[in-house]
Design a binder for this molecule. Structure first.
Ligand SMILES: Nc1ncnc2c1ncn2[C@@H]1O[C@H](COP(=O)(O)OP(=O)(O)O)[C@@H](O)[C@H]1O
Ligand SMILES: [Mg+2]
Length: 440
């Protein structure tokens, strides 16, 4: 605005000068012309001279009046037109501003505007309720203050990336002032003005409830799997119990203790202990807790349970850990067990009764990841079915829920891993699971 003023003044002076110049020029011209005519007429036609002298002033006023009128009219019209255009532009800008402001104010997601240092400049009402604080309380406060220490680095990386002009999307925990933890799905968007980043817009959505529901779904699927395993496990425990009972009876009748029998009894008790222990751990309700876990160990524990089912169906499970060193991953152990159980259970269920079933499980290190492969010689799937696999409620089994693989996918995703299926009709299925190794 200020910069424009001297320029406007110059322009106004120029217009005024031009009008005045025209007026003065006409005046001078008229004086010179009328004097010239007067001299000529005075010599030749006195009557006309008198007549001319009387009306020349009026004539001048009329002509200059018309010229001035035309000049001023043209200029004023230009000014009024440009004013009108300006007003229209202003109105358009105002409407546009209102448009964008609605996006900000009435957004069902929280919207924060941050400056280059990550300090809050403005927030919308939803953002206020997300952080449980008012705009006044939040102003000039760093958004990082609402983060736990372990989340600060990750969020800062996203912030820096956004400052370089590339937006990003991620999830993080935030802690409100009453120490309430919320899970937020965030988008960072660079604010670019005249080609330069001047700040960052943050759009945040509270997905705490969504995550809780997901956890509940995973937990209830787990309980349902445990329920389905229970019969086979009870059966599996019954075998060693029968043998224990036999040996006890033998001891009772003979009244002697045979060391060899005692060893067998010990190993049977150990097996019962192992199986029931695994079942108990799996069933335990736990908070999500990510720890460093050995994939080989998890697989061994899962196989203890799954062998129960496999034995009943006359299926052999062959397990080969191929890596030399232990493969550690950051995992929620029970959820990972749930994945392996679901996959092996599907393999068991895919093998027809009349077939000599074989399930091969292996784990190896590949490209910095732990690669678990479960293959079976079951009925397999048509290629087009593989595409639908993992969609909830897709099942070809009479009593299937179609939730097993959907949950597996979800859990593997949470562990930042991948799961892929290969299958051939009547030949069998191969499931590959990659999990990023933990380099602690
Ligand atoms: N190893 C496998 N061999 C053949 N088909 C399979 C295999 N694993 C999964 N499927 C197919 O994928 C479907 C979905 O599996 P899942 O999500 O575990 O649900 P459910 O086992 O309850 O049917 C199964 O019904 C089956 O058709
Ligand atoms: Mg299943």
């Amino acid at each position: 605005m200020n910069l424009g003023e001297p320029l406007n003044m110059k322009k106004a002076k120029e217009i005024a000068f031009r009008v005045t110049f025209v007026y003065v020029l006409l005046g001078i011209l008229w004086i010179l012309l009328s004097d010239y005519f007067s001299v000529v007429l005075a010599h030749e036609k006195l009557n006309l001279y008198i007549y001319f002298q009387r009306y020349k002033g009026w004539f001048f006023v009329l002509v200059t009046g018309i010229i001035l009128y035309l000049l001023v009219f043209r200029r004023t019209k230009e000014i009024i037109d440009s004013n009108e255009r300006l007003r229209k532009k202003e109105r358009q800008l105002f409407i546009q501003h209102e448009h964008y402001h609605s996006l900000f104010k009435h957004n069902p997601d929280g919207v924060f505007e941050l400056d280059m240092e990550g300090k809050i400049m403005s927030v919308n009402p939803e953002a206020e309720s997300l952080l449980e604080a008012t705009q006044q309380e939040l102003e000039a406060i760093e958004l990082g203050r609402f983060l736990d220490e372990e989340d600060v680095k990750g969020v800062t990386d996203h912030f820096m990336q956004t400052l370089s002009g590339k937006g990003s999307m991620f999830e993080t925990n935030i802690r409100t002032r009453d120490n309430k933890i919320k899970i937020l799905r965030c988008s960072f968007i660079p604010i670019i003005v005249s080609g330069e980043v001047t700040g960052v817009f943050v759009i945040g959505r509270d997905i705490t409830q969504f995550r809780k529901n997901e956890e509940m779904m995973i937990a209830s699927e787990k309980m349902s799997v445990i329920g389905q395993l229970a019969a086979a496990v009870a059966h599996e425990i019954r075998n060693p119990l029968t043998s224990l009972k036999g040996f006890l009876q033998l001891m009772k009748t003979t009244g002697t203790v045979n060391d060899e029998h005692l060893d067998i009894m010990q190993s049977e008790v150990d097996r019962i202990d192992l199986i029931s222990g695994e079942m108990l751990i799996l069933g335990k309700q736990q908070d999500e807790h990510y720890q460093t876990e050995d994939v080989d160990l998890i697989l061994q524990q899962v196989i203890v349970l799954m062998e129960a089912q496999a034995n009943i169906d006359n299926i052999s499970i062959e397990y080969t850990p191929k890596a030399i060193e232990p493969l550690y991953v950051k995992a929620e152990v029970n959820q990972l067990k749930q994945v392996f159980i679901n996959i092996i259970k599907n393999a068991v269920e895919a093998i027809p009764f009349d077939r000599k079933g074989k399930i091969a499980i292996s784990v190896d290190k590949k490209d910095g990841e732990a690669l678990v492969i479960v293959s079976d010689n079951g009925v397999g799937m048509e290629p087009e079915r593989i595409e639908t696999i993992g969609e909830p409620f897709y099942s070809t089994k009479e009593k299937g829920t179609g939730l097993g693989l959907a949950i597996c996918k979800k859990i593997i995703e949470k562990h930042k891993g991948k799961i892929v299926f290969q299958s051939e009709k009547q030949i069998g299925t191969v499931v590959k699971i990659c999990l990023p190794l933990w380099e602690g």
